[in-house]
Design a protein. Structure first.
Length: 169
């Protein structure tokens, strides 16, 4: 276990962790419950798909930066926490909550990777070939993107719940 750094260092690390959490989860929540429902009611399917692609193009760098920052600051916070007694430990409520949080985080990274490296490129290809794109394929890609976004939304809520359990211990 590391020695505890000065309070101002720890406060900045906590602040960066919280900032990354709010930025990433805030984007997911606002897109899930505000932006995409409004877009689906007002845009044609092909325009909705183009809108999703434009949003993801802006969100991807933010999400990957936040995930990296969360990993770095989270590992540091964990290493200086007095409850920490091993990476895969489940001996206390805190360690079980942190392990749960990390497992859920891995699922979020996987869902984000599928969005970034599979679904969004498929959307881009479909938009480039508008003449060959049929309505069924457009709707399928749209549904897949929305499903992955909703999965990340649910996982983010569960991560916040696990964090609350860790903080309460």
């Amino acid at each position: 276990m590391m020695t505890t750094p000065p309070g101002w260092v720890l406060a900045r690390i906590f602040w960066l962790h919280l900032l990354a959490t709010v930025a990433w989860i805030g984007c997911i929540i606002s897109i899930s419950i505000l932006i995409l429902p409004a877009a689906s009611k007002t845009l044609k399917p092909v325009d909705h798909l183009a809108f999703i692609e434009a949003i993801q193009k802006r969100l991807e760098p933010i999400a990957w930066f936040c995930m990296s920052l969360l990993l770095l600051t989270g590992m540091f916070q964990m290493s200086v926490n007095p409850h920490y007694d091993g990476f895969l430990s489940t001996s206390t409520q805190w360690s079980l909550a942190i392990l749960t949080k990390h497992i859920l985080g891995i699922f979020m990274v996987v869902a984000s990777a599928i969005q970034a490296w599979e679904v969004i490129p498929a959307i881009r290809r479909t938009l480039m070939n508008k003449k060959k794109a049929d309505e069924e394929k457009i709707l399928s890609l749209q549904k897949r993107e929305v499903m992955l976004l909703r999965i990340n939304f649910g996982l983010s809520i569960l991560i916040l719940l696990a964090t609350a359990f860790a903080r309460a211990s």
